[in-house]
Design a protein around this ligand. Structure first.
Ligand code: URA
Length: 474
């Protein structure tokens, strides 16, 4: 009998299992003993240990075994390692199709573990809720979650990709993961008392949840199945559910009533104060109900940047991330814009960035909120805010990103593809230019057109950058 003591991480087990296989150690001859003191993990982010050569595997195993083994390695049960080795041994000793035999006791046990991990992974993705905390002059988002299994490392790339532009930590009792915008790092678990409990973001999230909650589609049983009560304690929005359910019949009536009213009644003048103070304008816009878009948006997303900015960029409307965070151009389109600005030497911090429409217009598509294009009336209803911003800033260069911004400032005759890159006069700025919206580049059908589209976008922005460097008059 051979005892193999190892740090319980997938890569370590994999390396040692290959060695055991090469030495011809049958499953009954091996005891897999977890080294305590380390946090079980996939070892996905760890460097290979120097000096330990993993024996090149002479054995071929199906890819789905490796994928399943990575997930099962996250399970809490200590016997996972011996079960995995048993399956590995048999796969490499004449039973290469064993993975397909679901009634085999070893395969069955591992598949049950695999299912538990998939479930846990899904729940973490669905139920992690970030709370904003101030951290060294910036906002850090912190979430608390209690997974059933050791899935933090496995799930980390999902959160990194989903929240790439934020700085965040997910704290759990066993392992914590942190993203600083460039690197994922892992630390030991912490008690729940270390997690923040309340903040402004939470208020936003509650607003968001309340607004996406569709009373006409309430399915209480399905809600409970998807969001089991034991997760409710960490979910701020769960506290809203009883009152939302209570109000549902009334809200359905209201929805029917609203849809029967003439849409003209939904529009009123924007309450724009006579001032050049961007702070006052922003506050006034935060309660704007000039068009119906405020009803489904989380908040007004006003422009941002210095009042003495020499250049203003106007987009269409906030997207999903902007709506939740309350800042313009922070999502994927914003990142592309940042990259292009950097390339042409425009410092975004010195520019003012805003949108023609200040509320996120969206349509529900399953659980997602899909961007919907604002119509002419919504653009017109919001235009007084844009005019007030431009009058306050009086920029030397005005860049209109895409058709909605162009229509708002230059009217419906302008054509983005025909007129892009040309200098025009507008009521607000002598050097006004139209170019494409960065999100159109993200929608390009293939890599080649994406690259070409991006190069053309940068070319347009370079014209704006040259104007800035020439110091032309207002
Ligand atoms: N698209 C826009 O037009 N504006 C934003 O703020 C984000 C995406």
């Amino acid at each position: 009998m051979r005892q193999i003591t190892f740090a319980p991480v997938f890569r370590e087990w994999q390396r040692l299992a290959r060695g055991a296989l090469s030495s011809g150690l049958a499953p009954d001859e091996v005891v897999w003993e977890e080294l305590h003191g380390d946090q079980p993990s996939l070892g996905m982010f760890e460097e290979a240990e120097p000096g330990i050569a993993s024996p090149a595997s002479a054995f071929r195993v199906p890819r789905d075994f490796v994928e399943m083994a990575q997930r099962v390695a996250c399970h809490r049960a200590a016997e996972r390692w011996s079960l995995l080795y048993r399956l590995l041994w048999r796969l490499t000793h004449g039973e290469s199709h064993l993975m397909k035999i679901a009634v085999d006791p070893v395969v069955h046990a591992l598949q049950r573990m695999d299912k538990a991990i998939r479930h846990d992974v899904h729940k973490m993705r669905a139920f992690v809720r970030f709370r904003a905390v101030a951290h060294q002059d910036q906002t850090w988002y912190v979430a608390w979650f209690e997974p059933e299994h050791h899935i933090v490392e496995f799930n980390a790339p999902f959160f990194r990709d989903r929240f790439a532009s934020m700085h965040w930590s997910i704290l759990t009792p066993h392992r914590c993961v942190h993203w600083d915008g460039a690197h994922l790092t892992f630390t030991v678990g912490v008690p729940k008392s270390e997690a923040p409990t309340e903040d402004a973001v939470e208020t936003l999230w509650l607003g968001y949840y309340g607004s996406i909650f569709n009373p006409a589609r309430v399915k209480t049983r399905a809600m409970e199945a998807e969001m089991p009560k034991r997760y409710w304690k960490n979910l701020p929005e769960a506290a809203l559910i009883p009152s939302l359910l209570r109000e549902a019949p009334h809200r359905v009536e209201q929805m029917i009533h609203h849809s029967q009213q003439k849409s003209a009644e939904d529009y009123s003048p924007a309450p724009v104060p006579e001032t050049h103070s961007l702070t006052t304008l922003r506050e006034a816009a935060s309660i704007c109900t000039a068009c119906p878009l405020y009803k489904n948006a989380t908040q007004t997303v006003f422009g941002e940047g210095p009042r003495n900015a020499e250049i203003v960029f106007v987009g269409e409307q906030p997207g999903d991330q902007e709506d939740l965070a309350g800042h313009p151009f922070i999502g994927p389109a914003g990142q592309l814009l940042n990259r292009a600005l950097e390339e042409v030497g425009i410092d975004r911090k010195l520019a003012y960035v805003t949108n023609a429409v200040k509320h996120f217009k969206w349509e529900p598509r399953g659980k997602r909120r899909l961007h919907a294009k604002p119509n002419s009336r919504e653009i017109i209803a919001c235009k007084p805010w844009l005019m007030a911003e431009l009058a306050a800033i009086h920029p030397r260069v005005l860049v209109l990103l895409g058709g909605t911004a162009a229509q708002s400032v230059l009217g419906s005759k302008v054509r983005v593809l025909r007129d892009r890159g040309q200098l025009m006069h507008s009521e607000y700025c002598q050097q006004t230019m139209v170019t494409v919206h960065p999100s159109s580049l993200l929608r390009a059908p293939d890599e080649e057109s994406r690259q070409q589209g991006y190069a053309d976008f940068v070319k347009d922005l370079r014209i704006a950058a040259d104007l800035l460097s020439k110091g032309n008059p207002h």
